[in-house]
Design a protein around this ligand. Structure first.
Ligand SMILES: Nc1ncnc2c1ncn2[C@@H]1O[C@H](COP(=O)(O)OP(=O)(O)OP(=O)(O)O)[C@@H](O)[C@H]1O
Length: 662
């Protein structure tokens, strides 16, 4: 297939150099997509059907055999050799079971070591003798040491994950799942699936993956290219609402940020914007040649009221008003016996008199200036927030010292979300075809709205874990969140099988659940790894740093990546100690390689990441680093659930009581 693509000669088939350049670019893309990936085999499974699919009715139809891989491969004659994992014929590879064999006689899984085929495993789904067997290849794949960025899981997607991956493009899905249940993996594979099944539609409308921060996006960015999908944008919510010329230079105290992130702010903004439209008091006079045409004030008021009543954006209404006025003038001309042609209405709409009237009635509004005024001017704020926000909430919103201009204001991240909301009220934000929102539990209602307006005509996949919410405005219920997102009908799914954290470690971390998220079921880990948890008390507080360095050195004796996770305030001291001990380290998001496998991770950036071995420094300090205890314990829960093979927790202070104290 690669040779075919490389040998394509387009000299005779293109009409001009533009065509030739476009076609050549497409061919280059294809050659690139056909390149061999080191360590990525062409197929990982085989299905032997009892009957040829679609030929059930044909007499004597024999079964057919399909190899399943990351992409479609055909032979010189164009016959398929490997079927894409996303094709309908491949689906039973993920879903067929003994209870429901889906016409599959044999499912074979292939095992590879460094790109070389080293094992295979057969399941005869209709053979009662094989019932109850667990897949060792699956177990091995899950337990493989981790280095480098996140990997795809095409070979081992589980049935309950596959259902989410393949659910239709038209519906939105929300997945609640504990740490390591594969939410991120499922979200990324869902994008790859949707792009396969609805390529044309999504090529037009676009897809976007939203993650919590740069390090996380960097960690996941290789998965989609490995699945052949290059056309997917990645962003944080901050990226989405970023505006030219407005940098985030300020921070809000938590109580202020909570009010700014509250959905009621949308009502305040709407009221403040709508107040710009004024009731016309003066008639309008348009002069054309020797004649003057008068549109009385009450008629202008009717047009304004009619535009206000319609559900259109402020800016669209503002654009429509001059034409309405011009039309009224045209009607008067006709009544006076004139026969204006089609150009007259446009000409009238552009006259200085009409423009001036529109500016008076429906002035242009700059979204940033609108927010600036709300945050600086107590009277203006009260006018639009009374009855919506309490007096205390309004005081929290106001800047201690108002800024003079949009340029000089110290905008915070929450302010930019407000500006984004205001901008959408003025002019509709374009919608994408599909948005995947990861670590959603940390978004404020206003941030959900910002994401929601980017998929109003598309669908969304929302992934999160209520127990891992660490913002003061963290999501309390998915129903509420989905309403803010504008997708109240989304299907709510739950994943409970854990693929990352070993059983002992997840059991230990789950002790925190009753305090941080009562009612959530603990994850049941598929990984047995006896001896994976070690909690050590360091007698002298001064010895803690050294103990952490020693634990890192010991962990480096194993294969795989190592993360030293600590309270943000402890990072500088630990960094220095590691360097003094000749242990160079990476920052989160930097790629771990066989040669540099140790990452120093501030607790605030641990979310979503994973390491083979985790050394956890002083749990009590991680809890104390947050504004309140529940958030602290949630942060600790996140940090305790990053390890794939082993967790070593070191403490000099007593452990938090919720963990068992002592
Ligand atoms: N079906 C599977 N087969 C093999 N590995 C899997 C499977 N599902 C998930 N994993 C692996 O488990 C690990 C955790 O997955 P992932 O990061 O998607 O979980 P998560 O639910 O997003 O976790 P968190 O809540 O901590 O962000 C990853 O290494 C992923 O590759």
């Amino acid at each position: 297939m690669r040779e075919d693509a490389e040998s394509l000669d387009i000299r005779d088939v293109t009409a001009n150099w533009v065509n030739a350049a476009v076609l050549q670019a497409q061919i280059d893309d294809r050659i690139k997509s056909l390149a061999d990936l080191a360590h990525t085999p062409l197929f990982f499974g085989r299905l032997d059907y009892l009957h040829a699919p679609g030929a059930e009715l044909a007499e004597g139809a024999d079964g057919e055999q399909f190899y399943i891989g990351r992409r479609h491969v055909h032979d010189a004659g164009g016959d398929p050799m490997v079927i894409d994992w996303r094709a309908p014929v491949s689906q039973p590879f993920y879903r067929a079971s003994r209870r429901d064999p889906q016409d599959v006689a044999l499912r074979r899984r292939f095992g590879y070591t460094g790109g070389e085929l080293t094992a295979y495993e057969d399941e005869h789904l209709t053979d009662p003798a094989e019932a109850g067997a667990v897949s060792r290849l699956l177990q091995r794949e899950i337990e493989r040491p981790r280095v480098g960025p996140m990997r795809d899981i095409v070979a081992t997607i589980q049935p309950e994950q596959d259902e989410i991956v393949r659910s239709g493009l038209s519906g939105s899905v929300c997945v609640q799942g504990g740490p390591g249940t594969g939410k991120t993996a499922v979200g990324l594979h869902r994008v790859a699936y949707l792009l396969y099944a609805h390529r044309d539609r999504l090529a037009r409308t676009g897809t976007l993956v939203i993650g919590p921060n740069r390090s996380f996006l960097h960690y996941i960015e290789q998965v989609l290219p490995a699945l052949g999908e290059l056309e997917v944008k990645q962003a944080t919510v901050e990226d989405l609402v970023a505006r030219d010329g407005l940098a985030v230079r300020g921070t809000d105290p938590a109580p202020t940020a909570v009010v700014k992130g509250d959905a009621r702010m949308a009502r305040v903004l709407r009221s403040a914007l709508d107040a710009h439209v004024t009731e016309p008091a003066e008639p309008l006079m348009v002069v054309r040649g020797s004649r003057r045409w008068r549109v009385p004030a009450y008629e202008l008021a009717e047009m304004t009221a009619e535009l206000r009543a319609r559900d259109i954006r402020y800016g669209a209404a503002r654009d429509a008003l001059p034409q309405r006025i011009a039309h009224a003038v045209l009607v008067r001309m006709e009544q006076a016996g004139e026969a204006p042609d089609d150009r007259v209405q446009d000409a009238v709409a552009r006259t200085p008199a009409v423009k001036a009237a529109v500016k008076e009635i429906w002035p242009p509004v700059d979204p940033a200036r609108l927010v600036l005024r709300l945050l600086s001017d107590p009277e203006f704020l009260a006018l639009h927030a009374d009855g919506v926000l309490t007096g205390d909430e309004q005081r929290l919103l106001l800047w201690p010292k108002p800024y003079r201009s949009v340029k000089s204001a110290q905008w915070s991240a929450a302010d930019l979300v407000l500006i984004d909301e205001a901008a959408d009220l003025v002019e509709r934000t374009p919608s994408l075809g599909h948005v995947v929102l990861d670590e959603a539990q940390d978004l404020s209602p206003m941030q959900y709205r910002a994401v929601g307006r980017r998929c109003t005509t598309g669908s969304a996949t929302v992934l999160g874990d209520l127990a891992q919410g660490t913002t003061p405005w963290a999501t309390r219920s998915w129903d509420e969140a989905l309403t803010h997102l504008g997708k109240p009908q989304a299907l709510l799914e739950e994943l409970t099988a854990g693929f990352r954290v070993p059983r002992e470690v997840i059991a230990y971390a789950s002790r925190l659940l009753p305090s941080i998220s009562p009612g959530l079921a603990p994850v049941s880990s598929v990984r047995e790894a006896p001896g994976s948890l070690e909690v050590t008390r360091v007698a002298e507080p001064t010895g803690l740093t050294e103990a952490a360095v020693d634990a890192c050195r010991a962990a480096l004796a194993h294969e795989g990546s190592i993360g030293l996770i600590a309270a943000d305030a402890r990072i500088p001291a630990l960094g220095e100690a590691l360097l003094a001990a000749d242990l160079p380290y990476l920052s989160p998001g930097e790629e771990t390689t066989a040669l540099s496998r140790l990452t120093l991770v501030p607790a605030s950036l641990a979310k979503g990441l994973e390491y083979d071995y985790v050394v956890l420094d002083e749990p009590a300090a991680i809890v104390a680093g947050e504004p309140d205890e529940r958030t602290g314990l949630r942060r600790l829960y996140v940090c305790l659930t990053r390890a794939v093979s082993g967790l070593r927790a070191l403490h000099a202070q007593p452990l938090p009581e919720a963990l068992g104290g002592a």
